[in-house]
Design a binder for this molecule. Structure first.
Ligand SMILES: NC(=O)c1ccc[n+]([C@@H]2O[C@H](COP(=O)([O-])OP(=O)(O)OC[C@H]3O[C@@H](n4cnc5c(N)ncnc54)[C@H](O)[C@@H]3O)[C@@H](O)[C@H]2O)c1
Length: 467
């Protein structure tokens, strides 16, 4: 990150005389000092900072440019039995220093934790959570909240902040724990990033979508002015703890919802993951990723699927946590869907809206010659097999155009459009013509809408219109 502090109004340089100095920073007895030169740190090991100050002096005055690299480190841990008292991951899994961990484990001072939990999840797992915290002798406050998409607002974030404040949290040692779906994790993440400017927090996803997507990156947020996630920040959690046993109580529609985000990564980056969804999608839906009692190969699809989804997601997110680079493959399915999701709220789930967007984009890719007809049909069939909607009457051409115009405004004058090229491979394009978008739209509606004049290959997409 860099920013510049100027001591004068910007004026045309009238002279060639510019004196430039690069300063390193070293701490001597608690005081930071600027030092010129490259070899300063040889005798002062461990006291230097990665930050630099660049000073530039002209006849008009002096300016300083501060370059201060900020590093975020966070853990994503898959752990079965998070609420089992023999497993202390939920309370201590975020601590990286082994000595500190040992000191806490052997201390008699009770741990304090503030937990925000989705109301429905609390009804299902609240007793277990209380027993767990009590087993560790923790001092705790549990705040169950109706964290639904309609409530994903600043008001709910403020409610959390009021309660956090009352609990009088020590922000150095007491991370806030969020347990729930993506909505809960997003709201708590925003509240934590605001409280005392940045309080550490932990994400415990309990839906498939939040397990593979919302919990592994840095973003948080709430809806605002009828726009999705319009207020938010890029502050990752200190840790995300992933326990797939929560998924056993998730309604099947929400498993499909999560599979949409997994399919996104498959289409963009991993043909093997796509084929796994094609072959084992039905099994994953029915088993809800539960592998207890299954042996060897039978338990593989679930663990391979979540591992590949997380790995491919982390690959794309880690180098671009703050989304400085706007070319993001993970935006596939997110060009039109935010507008659609908010328009029809609450009738479409996030992943369902994403899937409708992806389905249209598959037609755009086909129109541009990036997908064969066979590949297109395979993708749409896979979506249908995962019980995901592939078309929606409210996704009108006007909405497509409006969404793309919005994107144009916010992405540096280009619509950056991730498109699949074959199966499991993709690139980002900014040159898709209006004519292509139109032709793809007509064909998309023609083949997949509820009143199609002709549907090719009916055995593949026969169910589409009914979903
Ligand atoms: N921050 C990110 O990077 C990111 C990424 C993707 C999506 N998101 C956000 O995530 C949200 C969608 O998340 P979601 O699909 O998890 O929705 P959600 O949080 O609304 O949860 C879906 C439903 O499942 C219920 N539920 C949760 N866990 C359950 C369980 N174990 N058993 C039974 N019911 C359970 C919830 O009460 C809710 O009714 C959207 O707001 C989206 O913007 C954020």
């Amino acid at each position: 990150m860099s920013f510049t502090i100027k001591t004068h109004l910007e004026q045309p340089v009238q002279s060639n005389k510019v004196k430039k100095t690069e300063y390193n920073l070293i701490q001597v007895k608690g005081t930071w000092k600027r030092k010129v030169g490259k070899n300063f740190s040889q005798n002062l090991k461990g006291c230097g900072s990665a930050a630099k100050i660049y000073e530039s002096t002209t006849e008009q005055g002096t300016s300083w440019t501060v370059v201060s690299p900020i590093v975020f480190t966070y853990k994503v841990i898959q752990s079965q039995g998070l609420l089992d008292p023999s497993n202390d991951t939920l309370l201590l899994g975020h601590i990286r220093d082994p000595e500190q961990l040992e000191a806490i484990r052997s201390s008699t001072t009770p741990l304090r934790r503030f937990v925000v939990i989705d109301e429905i999840v609390y009804n299902l797992y609240g007793r277990q959570l209380i027993d767990y915290l009590q087993a560790f002798g923790a001092v705790y406050r549990i705040l169950p909240l109706p964290t639904t998409e309609e409530n994903k607002s600043m008001e709910l974030a403020m409610q959390i902040l009021e309660e956090v404040h009352k609990f009088s949290l020590d922000r150095r040692t007491e991370p806030i724990i969020a347990i729930g779906g993506g909505v809960c994790l997003d709201i708590v993440g925003l509240a934590a990033s605001l409280y005392r400017r940045r309080t550490p927090y932990i994400r415990v996803p309990t839906t498939l979508l939040s397990y593979v997507d919302a919990s592994v990156g840095a973003k948080n947020g709430v809806n605002f002015a009828d726009c999705k996630n319009k207020l938010g920040s890029y502050v990752p959690p200190v840790a995300a703890f992933l326990d797939s046993s929560f998924l056993q109580t998730v309604p099947q529609r929400h498993i499909s919802n999560g599979l949409a985000e997994i399919l996104k990564m498959a289409l963009m980056k991993h043909r093997g993951l796509f084929e796994l969804l094609e072959i084992h999608g039905r099994f994953l839906l029915d088993s809800k990723f539960q592998t207890q009692g299954l042996q060897g190969e039978d338990s593989e699809p679930a663990s391979v699927c979540t591992r590949l989804a997380i790995e491919t997601m982390l690959e794309e997110l880690a180098p671009n946590l703050w989304e400085d680079d706007l070319d993001r493959l993970v935006d596939f399915g997110h060009l039109i869907s935010p507008e659609l999701e908010m328009k029809v709220l609450p009738s479409l789930l996030h992943g369902e809206a994403v899937n409708i967007d992806m389905s249209y984009m598959v037609y755009v890719a086909r129109e541009r010659g990036f997908l064969t007809e066979k590949d297109k049909i395979r993708i749409i069939s896979c979506m249908v097999g995962l019980e995901l909607p592939v078309w929606h009457q409210d996704c009108t051409l006007a909405m497509v155009q409006k969404s793309l115009c919005e994107r144009l405004k916010h992405s540096g004058g280009f619509v950056r459009m991730p498109l699949p090229i074959g199966l499991g491979n993709a690139e980002i394009f900014n040159d898709t013509s209006d004519e292509t978008l139109y032709k793809a739209y007509v064909r998309w509606c023609d083949e997949l809408s509820t009143k199609p004049p002709h549907i090719p290959n009916r055995e593949h997409i026969i169910d589409v219109v009914d979903n």
